[in-house]
Design a protein around this ligand. Structure first.
Ligand code: C2E
Ligand code: MG
Ligand code: MG
Length: 769
């Protein structure tokens, strides 16, 4: 009776709130306290088979877990499915009892110190919403739980349902459809809730060129530019504070940010806009007590930006959208009959406008290592390959209603009404498509696929999603196509959590470097090492593939890179002081670093600070960095080269530079892309690609390091090509510094480093002159 009264009082209090979320939290707290739980968590299911912890109540002293419990595949909870669907209240009294019978569930709870749980489902109008979990309830309360839960489940379900409905409506009403940022309504909402005493930073960002380009011809490109600008802003500031306030204008409102932090963010924004080739006028103001007069502050920044825009448009060569790059000289121009660039996009818009409810499949196609194909087989052969691909794509479009276009370089796009839409059949259809447009071994097409079932979706969204899917597999020999799916969203969510951590991870010393030895292929002796960053996050060692792209997108890579470079050089300095021999090491430089600093000056100063001769440091720049911002990168490379650093082009073959361009750059070493080797098992052609690359590189006096050597057969194949250097798991995996130092103690493992020798010197002495 006492309990029922307590419950009723709790209902009175909870339902007195005006917001559903507060009511929900009050009810969780009441249940948690009455039943003596450590934690109560609500998990909601999303359509993509993922569940997320959306609400939690924790007893005081119990750690919050919500942020960690995101994106759990529902398949991990398969053992619960049937019982929950039969409305059972599930109870696991002792987690140890399921350790071996249900390891998925055991692992999930064990790491949170949960030893017993009661679980009940959430459903509303027969639609499953998820479930809620009572963790470590008081054992004396189990019976009470059995009485309370069946009723409580209905109340919680209806609250969760109405809250998610509110969210969905908010998303529709408060979001700008094209860019996904907030709209004016959501800006107004934020302004109403800003603290009067808060510091406010305002950024006004206007895309330049919009009004002049609005003519139908460039409509698509401009939308794409706007979308990208919105994405850059959201990546840096978070989507909750970015608003599209005009056709081409964005406003960012940062509340409670320190002045220096805000200034850093603005700097990062300008660098990232340049990196993405987005011309914008950007103005910013920070006010320590801006909360009290936010409107005036916004007006002031707007005025500043109007001036900024005038200056930009007056001084910048009139912004003309690029023509589709046409690298083909008239002599060997590929005779492609598909529509090009804008013409294709316009045709596609007409096509989409005529469809009412059929799903539309968008595929963007890119030929792997196409530039190398030209190098190796000649331009004529390259043209032929493009023509064959274009003709095959055109034929497909003829078979199914749709449109196809050539987007320049080795890129194609097609939009068709697919004959099938269910997953296995669609995969079969795409596999057939792949076979039909594949003409050269080793240079297979890669396809990003997006199936749109919502005819409200703009074409730009469809194209962009297919591109996102393509980016997941570009350069991989194993995967020929990739469907855009919700897991990419899942990644976005994880990325957000990571970004929150990253800012504080550097001062906490969580970024460390591993060393992977580079060896002489024949003798296996160590001639140097590459420093590879690792993130020591909550006792988990995260490889760079998981966070470097994200850091590059947001500009934070610069902070991490400079930190790693300094750690490496400091380590060398320590060895030198201890009288130990130095081993040449290389560090990775991201193309984004060039936007933030004078990279050459930075390295020259760093090595002189620690008194290390530059020849001991290799600078690895990925090939793809050389595609944009090329002049400033080439200038930095020249300066570094002249100062005595070894310059290495990393991942050669993955980007678009051709071998013939290399000898005009001041490069010393060429590192082949890891993926060439991993593809050897599936595609013999890859061996001959590597062979051609090595012999051509030797012809222009560069040393070659083959990356990714994993098996004795690969090593043998390479040895047959010539005397070379390698880096790969067959020899050594990346290892902690202490382990590498142990290796160095064995003189038999050390080889003579080629980096200071004749070949390199001959380059420096004017081989290319
Ligand atoms: P990378 O510079 O091309 O480095 C070589 C990558 O290939 C390393 O991956 C290495 O572990 C891997 N690898 C080496 N041998 C083999 C092999 O035999 N088989 C296979 N499958 N892989 C092999 P890791 O350490 O995961 O780094 C990935 C990429 O992340 C690097 O590629 C580099 O582009 C980037 N990166 C690493 N450290 C840094 C850094 O400090 N700054 C920047 N900006 N990027 C970094
Ligand atoms: Mg590298
Ligand atoms: Mg590499």
């Amino acid at each position: 009776m006492e309990k029922l009264n307590a419950l009723n009082r709790a209902f009175d209090k909870a339902f007195a709130h005006t917001a559903t979320k507060e009511t929900l939290m009050d009810l969780l707290a009441c249940m948690g306290e009455e039943l003596g739980c450590d934690r109560i968590a609500i998990f909601e299911l999303s359509a993509d088979g993922i569940c997320n912890n959306t609400y939690e109540w924790c007893r005081s002293g119990i750690a919050r877990e919500k942020e960690l419990l995101q994106g759990i595949p529902v398949s991990r909870l398969d053992s619960w499915k049937e019982r929950l669907s039969m409305d059972e209240v599930l109870q696991i009294e002792d987690m140890e009892s399921i350790r071996f019978t249900d390891p998925d569930v055991y692992d999930l709870f064990h790491f949170q110190n949960v030893h017993s749980v009661i679980v009940s489902k959430l459903a509303f109008h027969r639609k499953g919403l998820g479930f809620f979990v009572l963790e470590n309830p008081d054992s004396g309360m189990i019976e009470d739980a059995g009485i309370i839960l069946p009723g409580m489940r209905y109340i919680l379900s209806s609250l969760v349902y109405s809250d998610s409905l509110v969210h969905r409506l908010e998303r529709i009403g408060f979001t700008d459809r094209l860019t996904g940022t907030g709209n004016r309504v959501s800006l107004q909402n934020m302004l109403e809730n800003i603290g009067q005493d808060s510091s406010i930073g305002v950024i006004y960002c206007e895309c330049i060129g919009w009004t002049r380009q609005i003519a139908l011809l460039d409509h698509m490109k401009e939308e794409h530019r706007l979308l990208r600008t919105g994405q850059v802003l959201c990546d840096i500031f978070g989507e909750d504070v970015v608003f599209r306030v005009g056709s081409e204008e964005f406003l960012v409102l940062c509340e409670g940010e320190e002045e220096s932090g805000f200034a850093d963010m603005k700097k990062r924004l300008c660098s990232m806009l340049t990196e993405h080739d987005l011309l914008c006028a950007v103005s910013a103001l920070w006010d320590p007590s801006g909360g009290a007069h936010c409107d005036a502050l916004i007006r002031q920044v707007h005025l500043m930006n109007c001036k900024e825009k005038k200056v930009l448009t007056a001084t910048h060569p009139l912004y003309h959208a690029d023509e589709m790059p046409d690298e083909w000289s008239s002599g060997d121009k590929a005779a492609i009959t598909l529509n090009r660039g804008d013409k294709f996009f316009r045709q596609a818009e007409t096509f989409l406008g005529e469809i009412y409810d059929s799903p539309v499949l968008t595929a963007v196609v890119d030929i792997n290592y196409f530039k190398l194909y030209n190098d190796i087989f000649g331009r004529k052969a390259g043209s032929l390959l493009l023509e064959q691909t274009a003709a095959a794509i055109g034929e497909k479009v003829g078979q199914y209603a749709g449109v196809a276009g050539y987007l320049g370089g080795d890129n194609f796009c097609l939009m068709i009404i697919p004959p099938v839409t269910s997953t296995p059949e669609l995969t079969g259809f795409i596999e057939k498509l792949f076979t039909d447009i594949r003409f050269a071994d080793g240079f297979t097409p890669a396809m990003g696929i997006y199936l749109s079932t919502d005819r409200q979706e703009t074409m730009i969204t469809m194209y962009d999603r297919a591109l996102t899917a393509l980016a997941q597999i570009k350069g991989s020999y194993m995967d020929h196509f990739c469907f855009y799916d919700a897991s990419h969203f899942q990644h976005l969510r994880e990325d957000k959590l990571m970004l929150l951590d990253i800012r504080s991870a550097i001062p906490r010393g969580e970024f460390v470097f591993y060393l992977q030895p580079q060896v002489h292929e024949r003798t296996g002796r160590i001639i140097g090492a590459e420093a590879l960053v690792r993130w020591n996050r909550r006792d988990q060692l995260i490889p760079p593939g998981r966070f470097v792209p994200l850091l590059e997108k947001t500009g934070y890579i610069f902070a991490v890179d400079t930190h790693v470079w300094e750690q490496v050089v400091r380590w060398m300095h320590g060895r030198r002081k201890a009288g130990l021999p130095l081993v040449p090491c290389s560090v990775n430089v991201s193309r984004v670093d060039f936007y933030f600093t004078d990279v050459a000056e930075h390295f020259i100063k760093l090595l002189s600070k620690y008194d290390i001769p530059p020849r001991y440091l290799g600078i690895e720049i990925t090939e793809s960095a050389f595609t944009d911002n090329i002049d400033s990168i080439l200038e930095a490379v020249r300066k570094l080269h002249d100062a005595g650093f070894r310059i290495m082009m990393d991942d050669f073959g993955s980007g678009s530079s051709s071998l013939s361009m290399l000898h005009t750059m001041h490069l010393d070493v060429l590192k082949t892309d890891v993926r060439f080797m991993s593809s050897q098992n599936t595609d013999n052609r890859a061996v001959s690609i590597v062979e051609s690359v090595i012999s051509m590189a030797h012809m222009i006096g560069m040393l070659v390091v083959t990356e990714g050597v994993e098996t004795p057969e690969q090593r043998d194949n390479l040895m047959a090509i010539g005397d070379n250097y390698a880096q790969g798991f067959y020899f050594y995996k990346p290892m902690p510094v202490a382990e590498f130092e142990k290796l160095l103690q064995d003189p038999d493992k050390l080889g003579d480093s080629p980096w200071n020798h004749e070949k390199l010197l001959s380059n420096r002495l004017g081989f290319r002159a």
